[in-house]
Design a protein. Structure first.
Length: 367
Protein backbone atom coordinates (compact mmCIF):
# COMPACT_ATOMS: atom_id res chain seq x y z
CA UNK A 1 0.00 0.00 0.00
CA UNK A 2 1.43 3.37 -1.04
CA UNK A 3 0.37 6.95 -0.58
CA UNK A 4 1.07 9.08 -3.63
CA UNK A 5 0.83 12.78 -4.43
CA UNK A 6 -0.05 14.35 -7.77
CA UNK A 7 -0.87 18.07 -8.24
CA UNK A 8 -1.96 18.53 -4.61
CA UNK A 9 -4.20 15.50 -4.78
CA UNK A 10 -3.44 12.58 -2.46
CA UNK A 11 -3.98 8.99 -3.61
CA UNK A 12 -3.63 5.55 -2.10
CA UNK A 13 -2.37 2.80 -4.37
CA UNK A 14 -2.85 -0.83 -3.35
CA UNK A 15 -1.13 -2.17 -6.44
CA UNK A 16 -4.53 -3.21 -7.77
CA UNK A 17 -6.50 0.00 -7.45
CA UNK A 18 -5.63 3.66 -7.14
CA UNK A 19 -8.09 6.10 -5.54
CA UNK A 20 -8.03 9.71 -4.49
CA UNK A 21 -8.24 10.32 -0.74
CA UNK A 22 -10.91 12.88 0.07
CA UNK A 23 -9.40 16.12 1.49
CA UNK A 24 -12.01 16.16 4.28
CA UNK A 25 -10.98 12.62 5.31
CA UNK A 26 -7.42 13.88 5.71
CA UNK A 27 -8.53 17.06 7.49
CA UNK A 28 -10.39 14.96 10.09
CA UNK A 29 -7.12 13.22 10.91
CA UNK A 30 -4.92 16.21 11.73
CA UNK A 31 -3.18 15.30 14.96
CA UNK A 32 -1.31 18.33 16.21
CA UNK A 33 -1.58 19.01 19.94
CA UNK A 34 -4.25 21.65 19.37
CA UNK A 35 -6.37 19.13 17.45
CA UNK A 36 -5.92 15.80 19.26
CA UNK A 37 -5.66 14.85 22.93
CA UNK A 38 -2.54 12.69 23.15
CA UNK A 39 -3.78 10.64 26.11
CA UNK A 40 -7.25 9.66 24.89
CA UNK A 41 -6.58 10.08 21.15
CA UNK A 42 -9.91 11.92 20.96
CA UNK A 43 -10.37 14.98 18.77
CA UNK A 44 -10.33 18.43 20.34
CA UNK A 45 -12.56 19.68 17.53
CA UNK A 46 -15.89 18.67 16.03
CA UNK A 47 -15.44 17.77 12.33
CA UNK A 48 -19.15 18.23 11.68
CA UNK A 49 -18.66 22.00 12.16
CA UNK A 50 -16.01 22.25 9.41
CA UNK A 51 -16.77 23.62 5.97
CA UNK A 52 -17.82 20.96 3.48
CA UNK A 53 -15.56 22.73 0.95
CA UNK A 54 -12.29 21.63 2.57
CA UNK A 55 -9.51 21.33 0.00
CA UNK A 56 -5.73 21.13 -0.19
CA UNK A 57 -3.77 24.25 -1.07
CA UNK A 58 -0.30 22.66 -1.08
CA UNK A 59 1.14 19.29 -0.11
CA UNK A 60 4.46 17.46 0.03
CA UNK A 61 5.44 13.89 0.83
CA UNK A 62 8.51 11.91 1.91
CA UNK A 63 9.09 8.37 3.19
CA UNK A 64 7.55 9.11 6.58
CA UNK A 65 5.20 12.06 6.43
CA UNK A 66 2.54 13.74 4.34
CA UNK A 67 2.54 17.50 4.93
CA UNK A 68 -0.62 19.39 3.96
CA UNK A 69 -1.75 23.01 4.00
CA UNK A 70 -5.54 23.05 3.95
CA UNK A 71 -7.65 25.90 2.59
CA UNK A 72 -9.00 26.69 6.09
CA UNK A 73 -5.48 27.64 7.25
CA UNK A 74 -4.66 24.41 9.09
CA UNK A 75 -1.26 22.86 8.51
CA UNK A 76 -0.74 19.18 9.26
CA UNK A 77 2.04 16.60 9.25
CA UNK A 78 0.51 13.13 8.97
CA UNK A 79 2.38 9.87 9.53
CA UNK A 80 2.13 7.76 6.37
CA UNK A 81 2.28 4.37 8.12
CA UNK A 82 -0.49 5.42 10.50
CA UNK A 83 -2.65 6.55 7.59
CA UNK A 84 -2.06 3.29 5.71
CA UNK A 85 -3.46 1.27 8.63
CA UNK A 86 -6.80 3.02 8.17
CA UNK A 87 -7.27 1.84 4.60
CA UNK A 88 -8.51 -1.50 5.85
CA UNK A 89 -11.92 -1.76 7.48
CA UNK A 90 -10.77 -4.86 9.38
CA UNK A 91 -9.38 -4.92 12.89
CA UNK A 92 -5.74 -5.53 12.06
CA UNK A 93 -4.86 -6.62 15.61
CA UNK A 94 -7.47 -9.39 15.86
CA UNK A 95 -7.74 -10.32 12.17
CA UNK A 96 -3.96 -10.79 11.98
CA UNK A 97 -4.27 -13.80 14.33
CA UNK A 98 -5.29 -16.77 12.16
CA UNK A 99 -7.67 -19.37 13.59
CA UNK A 100 -5.96 -22.74 14.02
CA UNK A 101 -8.28 -25.61 13.12
CA UNK A 102 -8.08 -28.57 15.49
CA UNK A 103 -9.79 -31.85 16.31
CA UNK A 104 -9.24 -34.83 18.62
CA UNK A 105 -5.59 -35.07 17.53
CA UNK A 106 -4.77 -31.79 19.28
CA UNK A 107 -1.81 -32.36 21.61
CA UNK A 108 1.05 -30.52 23.29
CA UNK A 109 -1.29 -27.62 23.92
CA UNK A 110 0.41 -24.95 25.99
CA UNK A 111 -1.03 -24.20 29.43
CA UNK A 112 -0.32 -20.93 31.17
CA UNK A 113 0.69 -20.38 34.80
CA UNK A 114 -0.81 -17.68 36.98
CA UNK A 115 1.65 -15.47 38.86
CA UNK A 116 1.93 -11.97 40.30
CA UNK A 117 1.47 -9.11 37.81
CA UNK A 118 -0.01 -11.67 35.41
CA UNK A 119 -2.73 -9.45 33.97
CA UNK A 120 -0.40 -6.80 32.54
CA UNK A 121 2.41 -9.11 31.45
CA UNK A 122 3.77 -10.38 28.15
CA UNK A 123 2.44 -13.79 29.16
CA UNK A 124 -1.08 -12.37 29.19
CA UNK A 125 -0.48 -11.08 25.67
CA UNK A 126 0.67 -14.56 24.59
CA UNK A 127 -2.37 -16.07 26.33
CA UNK A 128 -4.79 -13.85 24.43
CA UNK A 129 -3.09 -14.59 21.10
CA UNK A 130 -3.39 -18.31 21.87
CA UNK A 131 -7.05 -17.81 22.81
CA UNK A 132 -7.82 -16.28 19.41
CA UNK A 133 -5.86 -19.02 17.65
CA UNK A 134 -7.48 -22.03 19.32
CA UNK A 135 -10.64 -20.66 20.90
CA UNK A 136 -9.63 -21.59 24.44
CA UNK A 137 -6.83 -21.41 26.99
CA UNK A 138 -6.18 -23.09 30.35
CA UNK A 139 -4.43 -21.28 33.18
CA UNK A 140 -2.97 -23.20 36.12
CA UNK A 141 -2.68 -22.21 39.78
CA UNK A 142 -5.54 -19.69 39.90
CA UNK A 143 -6.48 -18.96 43.55
CA UNK A 144 -9.77 -20.54 44.58
CA UNK A 145 -10.61 -18.22 47.47
CA UNK A 146 -13.15 -15.39 47.57
CA UNK A 147 -14.70 -15.99 44.14
CA UNK A 148 -11.41 -15.14 42.43
CA UNK A 149 -13.00 -15.82 39.04
CA UNK A 150 -14.65 -12.39 39.23
CA UNK A 151 -11.29 -10.69 39.84
CA UNK A 152 -9.79 -12.65 36.95
CA UNK A 153 -12.57 -11.60 34.56
CA UNK A 154 -12.54 -7.95 35.66
CA UNK A 155 -8.75 -7.83 35.28
CA UNK A 156 -9.20 -8.57 31.57
CA UNK A 157 -12.32 -6.47 31.05
CA UNK A 158 -15.72 -6.58 32.71
CA UNK A 159 -17.91 -9.44 33.88
CA UNK A 160 -21.06 -9.86 31.78
CA UNK A 161 -23.85 -10.20 34.34
CA UNK A 162 -26.83 -12.42 33.40
CA UNK A 163 -29.92 -13.76 35.15
CA UNK A 164 -27.57 -16.41 36.62
CA UNK A 165 -25.75 -13.59 38.42
CA UNK A 166 -22.31 -12.03 38.22
CA UNK A 167 -20.93 -15.54 38.50
CA UNK A 168 -22.51 -18.95 39.04
CA UNK A 169 -21.65 -22.18 40.85
CA UNK A 170 -21.61 -25.29 38.65
CA UNK A 171 -22.40 -28.28 40.83
CA UNK A 172 -25.19 -30.75 41.33
CA UNK A 173 -28.06 -29.28 43.33
CA UNK A 174 -31.74 -30.02 43.91
CA UNK A 175 -34.43 -28.45 41.72
CA UNK A 176 -31.97 -27.04 39.14
CA UNK A 177 -33.00 -24.41 36.57
CA UNK A 178 -30.44 -25.77 34.08
CA UNK A 179 -29.04 -29.23 33.35
CA UNK A 180 -25.56 -27.85 34.05
CA UNK A 181 -26.48 -28.01 37.74
CA UNK A 182 -26.88 -31.80 37.71
CA UNK A 183 -24.43 -34.70 37.47
CA UNK A 184 -25.80 -35.79 34.09
CA UNK A 185 -23.75 -35.94 30.91
CA UNK A 186 -23.88 -32.71 28.92
CA UNK A 187 -23.52 -33.05 25.17
CA UNK A 188 -21.64 -30.45 23.13
CA UNK A 189 -23.43 -27.11 23.22
CA UNK A 190 -22.93 -23.38 23.28
CA UNK A 191 -24.11 -21.35 26.25
CA UNK A 192 -27.04 -18.94 26.29
CA UNK A 193 -28.09 -19.22 22.61
CA UNK A 194 -31.42 -17.66 23.63
CA UNK A 195 -29.80 -14.40 24.71
CA UNK A 196 -29.37 -11.24 22.62
CA UNK A 197 -26.49 -10.75 22.41
CA UNK A 198 -25.05 -14.14 23.34
CA UNK A 199 -22.14 -13.88 25.82
CA UNK A 200 -18.96 -14.16 23.79
CA UNK A 201 -16.62 -15.87 26.25
CA UNK A 202 -17.18 -18.28 29.10
CA UNK A 203 -14.76 -18.71 32.00
CA UNK A 204 -14.86 -21.85 34.16
CA UNK A 205 -12.75 -22.16 37.31
CA UNK A 206 -12.31 -25.52 39.02
CA UNK A 207 -12.63 -25.25 42.82
CA UNK A 208 -12.98 -28.96 43.66
CA UNK A 209 -12.95 -32.12 41.55
CA UNK A 210 -12.94 -35.39 43.49
CA UNK A 211 -14.88 -37.55 41.01
CA UNK A 212 -13.53 -39.95 38.39
CA UNK A 213 -16.04 -38.82 35.74
CA UNK A 214 -17.07 -35.27 35.00
CA UNK A 215 -14.47 -34.81 32.26
CA UNK A 216 -14.64 -31.51 30.38
CA UNK A 217 -15.18 -31.81 26.64
CA UNK A 218 -14.49 -29.30 23.86
CA UNK A 219 -15.26 -29.28 20.13
CA UNK A 220 -14.04 -26.68 17.64
CA UNK A 221 -17.18 -25.51 15.84
CA UNK A 222 -15.03 -23.62 13.35
CA UNK A 223 -13.31 -26.85 12.25
CA UNK A 224 -16.57 -28.80 12.11
CA UNK A 225 -18.49 -26.23 10.07
CA UNK A 226 -15.60 -25.73 7.66
CA UNK A 227 -15.49 -29.50 7.13
CA UNK A 228 -19.26 -29.58 6.62
CA UNK A 229 -18.98 -26.82 4.02
CA UNK A 230 -16.50 -28.91 2.04
CA UNK A 231 -18.29 -32.25 2.44
CA UNK A 232 -21.96 -31.29 2.03
CA UNK A 233 -22.24 -27.64 0.93
CA UNK A 234 -26.05 -27.72 0.66
CA UNK A 235 -26.27 -28.65 4.37
CA UNK A 236 -23.91 -25.82 5.28
CA UNK A 237 -25.89 -23.39 3.15
CA UNK A 238 -29.30 -24.08 4.69
CA UNK A 239 -27.91 -24.09 8.26
CA UNK A 240 -26.42 -20.66 7.61
CA UNK A 241 -29.67 -19.29 6.15
CA UNK A 242 -32.55 -20.54 8.32
CA UNK A 243 -33.04 -18.88 11.70
CA UNK A 244 -34.41 -20.94 14.58
CA UNK A 245 -35.87 -19.79 17.88
CA UNK A 246 -33.99 -20.45 21.10
CA UNK A 247 -35.93 -20.12 24.34
CA UNK A 248 -35.15 -20.28 28.06
CA UNK A 249 -37.76 -20.14 30.81
CA UNK A 250 -37.03 -19.52 34.49
CA UNK A 251 -39.15 -18.42 37.44
CA UNK A 252 -38.57 -14.71 36.84
CA UNK A 253 -37.54 -14.43 33.19
CA UNK A 254 -38.30 -15.72 29.69
CA UNK A 255 -35.44 -15.26 27.22
CA UNK A 256 -35.81 -15.77 23.48
CA UNK A 257 -33.79 -15.04 20.35
CA UNK A 258 -33.63 -16.16 16.73
CA UNK A 259 -30.44 -17.13 14.92
CA UNK A 260 -28.88 -19.43 12.37
CA UNK A 261 -27.00 -22.46 13.72
CA UNK A 262 -24.07 -21.25 11.61
CA UNK A 263 -23.85 -17.47 11.50
CA UNK A 264 -21.65 -15.81 8.88
CA UNK A 265 -20.02 -12.42 8.50
CA UNK A 266 -21.01 -10.10 5.66
CA UNK A 267 -18.22 -11.64 3.55
CA UNK A 268 -19.59 -15.16 4.24
CA UNK A 269 -16.75 -16.12 6.57
CA UNK A 270 -17.32 -17.85 9.90
CA UNK A 271 -18.71 -15.68 12.69
CA UNK A 272 -20.59 -17.75 15.26
CA UNK A 273 -22.26 -21.05 16.03
CA UNK A 274 -25.26 -21.62 18.26
CA UNK A 275 -26.15 -25.15 19.24
CA UNK A 276 -28.36 -26.35 22.07
CA UNK A 277 -30.82 -28.91 20.68
CA UNK A 278 -32.81 -29.11 23.92
CA UNK A 279 -34.04 -25.56 23.49
CA UNK A 280 -34.26 -24.73 19.75
CA UNK A 281 -37.47 -24.51 17.72
CA UNK A 282 -37.44 -24.66 13.93
CA UNK A 283 -39.97 -22.38 12.18
CA UNK A 284 -42.75 -23.67 9.95
CA UNK A 285 -41.34 -23.93 6.42
CA UNK A 286 -42.15 -25.78 3.20
CA UNK A 287 -41.89 -29.53 3.67
CA UNK A 288 -39.07 -29.86 1.12
CA UNK A 289 -37.03 -27.20 2.87
CA UNK A 290 -37.66 -28.75 6.29
CA UNK A 291 -36.64 -32.17 4.95
CA UNK A 292 -33.29 -30.72 3.95
CA UNK A 293 -32.95 -28.68 7.14
CA UNK A 294 -33.56 -31.62 9.48
CA UNK A 295 -31.08 -33.78 7.58
CA UNK A 296 -28.51 -30.97 7.77
CA UNK A 297 -29.04 -30.40 11.50
CA UNK A 298 -28.76 -34.12 12.19
CA UNK A 299 -25.47 -34.30 10.26
CA UNK A 300 -24.12 -31.28 12.10
CA UNK A 301 -25.06 -32.83 15.45
CA UNK A 302 -23.38 -36.10 14.49
CA UNK A 303 -20.20 -34.23 13.66
CA UNK A 304 -20.29 -32.23 16.89
CA UNK A 305 -20.73 -35.48 18.85
CA UNK A 306 -18.12 -37.43 16.92
CA UNK A 307 -14.95 -38.61 18.68
CA UNK A 308 -13.09 -37.29 15.64
CA UNK A 309 -13.58 -33.71 16.80
CA UNK A 310 -13.82 -33.99 20.62
CA UNK A 311 -11.09 -33.58 23.20
CA UNK A 312 -11.62 -34.65 26.82
CA UNK A 313 -9.67 -33.70 29.93
CA UNK A 314 -10.09 -33.33 33.65
CA UNK A 315 -9.92 -29.88 35.17
CA UNK A 316 -7.97 -29.96 38.43
CA UNK A 317 -8.51 -27.59 41.35
CA UNK A 318 -7.02 -24.15 40.55
CA UNK A 319 -7.37 -24.75 36.78
CA UNK A 320 -9.23 -22.02 34.91
CA UNK A 321 -10.48 -22.43 31.34
CA UNK A 322 -11.46 -19.50 29.13
CA UNK A 323 -13.30 -20.48 25.94
CA UNK A 324 -14.87 -18.74 22.97
CA UNK A 325 -18.63 -19.31 23.18
CA UNK A 326 -19.05 -18.16 19.56
CA UNK A 327 -16.63 -20.78 18.28
CA UNK A 328 -16.41 -23.76 20.66
CA UNK A 329 -18.92 -26.23 21.99
CA UNK A 330 -18.36 -27.56 25.46
CA UNK A 331 -19.82 -30.33 27.57
CA UNK A 332 -18.94 -32.88 30.22
CA UNK A 333 -19.19 -36.57 30.93
CA UNK A 334 -21.51 -37.78 33.70
CA UNK A 335 -20.26 -38.44 37.21
CA UNK A 336 -21.38 -39.97 40.50
CA UNK A 337 -22.19 -37.49 43.22
CA UNK A 338 -21.46 -40.19 45.83
CA UNK A 339 -17.75 -40.16 44.85
CA UNK A 340 -17.20 -36.63 46.12
CA UNK A 341 -17.48 -33.00 45.11
CA UNK A 342 -17.23 -31.52 41.63
CA UNK A 343 -17.46 -27.76 42.00
CA UNK A 344 -16.73 -25.20 39.31
CA UNK A 345 -17.50 -21.50 39.15
CA UNK A 346 -18.36 -19.76 35.91
CA UNK A 347 -18.88 -16.30 34.47
CA UNK A 348 -18.98 -14.52 31.13
CA UNK A 349 -17.12 -11.69 29.46
CA UNK A 350 -17.45 -10.25 25.95
CA UNK A 351 -15.03 -9.69 23.09
CA UNK A 352 -14.53 -6.03 23.97
CA UNK A 353 -12.72 -7.25 27.10
CA UNK A 354 -10.20 -9.53 25.37
CA UNK A 355 -9.82 -7.28 22.33
CA UNK A 356 -9.26 -4.18 24.44
CA UNK A 357 -6.72 -5.98 26.64
CA UNK A 358 -4.87 -7.38 23.63
CA UNK A 359 -4.62 -3.97 21.94
CA UNK A 360 -3.37 -2.42 25.21
CA UNK A 361 -0.66 -5.06 25.67
CA UNK A 362 0.37 -4.82 22.02
CA UNK A 363 0.82 -1.08 22.51
CA UNK A 364 2.62 -1.54 25.87
CA UNK A 365 5.18 -4.02 24.54
CA UNK A 366 5.39 -2.37 21.11
CA UNK A 367 4.64 -5.59 19.22
Amino acid sequence: MKIELNENKVYFNSGLIKKEIHPFWLRERVDGEEFLDKGTQQRLFDPTTLSSEISINTASINDQFLEINFNDGVKSKLNIDKLALEFSNDDTVIKSIPKTKWNSTLENFKNFEYKDSFFDSKEMYDLLVSFYQYGFVIIKNIPTENNFIVKFANSIGSVRRTNFGEYFDVKSKPDPNDLAYTSLELGPHTDNPYRNPVPCIQILHCIENEVTGGLSTLVDGFTVTEDLKKEIPEFYKILSEIKVRFKFIDKDVVLEDWSELIKLNDDNTFKQIRFSPRMDYVPMLDKEKLDLYYKARKKLSEMYNSEKYRIEFKLAPKDLMMMDNYRLLHGRTSYEVKEGNRFLQGCYIDYDSTEGKLRHLKRKFNF
